[in-house]
Design a protein around this ligand. Structure first.
Ligand code: SF4
Length: 429
């Protein structure tokens, strides 16, 4: 049996559970509790930052800070206000811009593998302290300052790190700008800036998963593989400005070898590993492409690279296909791939089993490893390269690629092709 005081308490509590009839909702009593929810969104200050986890979108986002901790991330709605140094403004139509990876980034700010502090390579720091010394003839940085992968790391205050980055960027831009900059790079052996974008709406390599689609991917399609140098029924290629290529003695459809920074590409220490270097060093076709600015070249990111197995297959199979016997992995290059020329930055925060991340598809947030989500693949990027002719484009390396002889290619247009492009065959009213 309940005693009197318990009965009184129960009765008091029950009174809160009585239904209340309110005619005017804005006069609802006892609304103090709502403050708890409102306080969830209260913050001390906010700042704008650039999200760049491992994609190329670089969304301008806002972080909201409470008690010194970022508690929420949201779109900045500031795209229309952003401008470059020339005053060009972005469109407001970019807003709102964020995805659920961006929303979850604060989990990375405070992740257990976050590197606490700013670190600089010892040699690089010395280069800054020594006033950005360069070879007066070529502009190259002396080798003792550039010991990536083996140098010690020095911890510096963030303020100093920002200064180092800013000063180094200014030095690099000033050194390599304009005709003088191009001349210096040529003296270092580089001919082009290469970029390796992903074919949008083609997820990674799916564009060449199937033979018929691979043939549509570029101009080098032949289901009969009359030229047995072709690794597949299609061939990997690089787009280059036609006038640039002509000057270098490279014809439309020729094979070229592309070399990157010999200190690191295709991989560090390749000089001592000739067999591995042969697999990794890139050989591919060129396509004359007037839309490519002079001094630059483009390799679509979507083509499967050569492996030890595909190189062996291409060199030993009776049909010369670059397709491994054991796994049927099919490369679109005889040798190498664009990753022989680009560097990945393996950010430890991307490789943990405890980090929040977006799902492979859809809007779910998961945790830890997932295929192709924040893996160590790195986003497409740019590099300086040296392009040299490797073999002529005609079948078996004899003469030029046939479409050139037909007069249907840039810089090699026949009169009738020009007439066609100009609409000369149009006889309508
Ligand atoms: S992760 Fe999302 S929010 Fe961040 S840059 Fe990429 S698309 Fe933008």
């Amino acid at each position: 049996m309940l005693n009197n005081s318990v009965t009184a308490s129960v009765s008091k509590i029950s009174s809160f559970l009585e239904p209340v009839t309110i005619d005017n909702p804005s006069a609802y009593p006892n609304r103090g509790w709502e403050k708890v929810y409102r306080d969830l969104w209260v913050y001390d200050y906010e700042f704008t930052w650039l999200c760049s986890p491992n994609d190329t979108h670089g969304c301008l986002l806002k972080a909201y800070v409470k008690n010194g901790v970022v508690v929420r991330i949201a779109p900045s709605y500031n795209y229309g206000k952003a401008s470059d140094i020339y005053g060009n403004r972005a469109s407001f139509r970019w807003d709102p811009r964020i995805c659920n990876k961006g929303v979850a980034m604060l989990r990375r700010f405070y992740g257990d593998r976050r590197i606490r502090g700013a670190y600089v390579r010892k040699g690089f720091l010395q280069w800054v302290k020594d006033g950005f010394r360069r070879d007066p003839e070529t502009g190259a940085i002396p080798a003792e300052y550039v010991r990536r992968g083996e140098d010690e790391w020095v911890k510096v205050p963030y303020e100093e790190a920002f200064q180092i980055v800013a000063k180094a960027l200014i030095n690099i831009v000033e050194t390599y700008s304009g005709a003088r900059g191009a001349e210096l790079l040529q003296k270092q052996g580089y001919t082009h800036v290469l970029y390796t974008p992903k074919y949008r709406h083609g997820a990674h390599t799916t564009l060449i998963d199937v033979d018929i689609v691979a043939m549509w991917f570029g101009p080098y399609a032949d289901p009969y593989r009359r030229d047995k140098r072709m690794p597949f029924v299609a061939d990997g290629y690089m787009d280059i400005n036609p006038l640039d290529a002509k000057k270098m003695g490279i014809e439309d459809g020729d094979y070229v070898r592309v070399n990157g920074d010999p200190r690191y590409e295709p991989f560090e220490g390749w000089q001592e590993k000739p067999n591995d270097a042969k697999v990794a060093n890139l050989v591919l076709r060129v396509r004359y492409y007037p839309g490519i600015p002079p001094g630059t070249a483009r390799i679509w990111f979507n083509m499967y690279q050569a492996s030890h197995g595909t190189v062996k297959a291409h060199e030993t199979r009776p049909d010369d296909l670059a397709k491994t016997e054991k796994t049927n992995y099919q490369s679109m290059f005889r040798y190498g791939g664009h990753q022989a020329l680009t560097r990945s930055w393996l950010r430890p925060t991307l490789l943990t089993d405890s980090m929040a991340r977006k799902g492979v598809a859809g809007l779910l947030i998961g945790k830890g490893f997932a295929p192709d989500v924040h893996c160590a693949n790195g986003a497409p990027r740019e590099s300086y390269v040296k392009i040299e002719k490797f073999e002529a484009g005609g079948i078996g390396g004899e003469g030029v690629w046939r479409p050139v002889t037909l007069g249907i290619r840039p810089l090699n247009e026949s009169d009738s092709f020009r007439k066609y492009v100009e609409g000369g065959f149009f006889v309508g009213g």
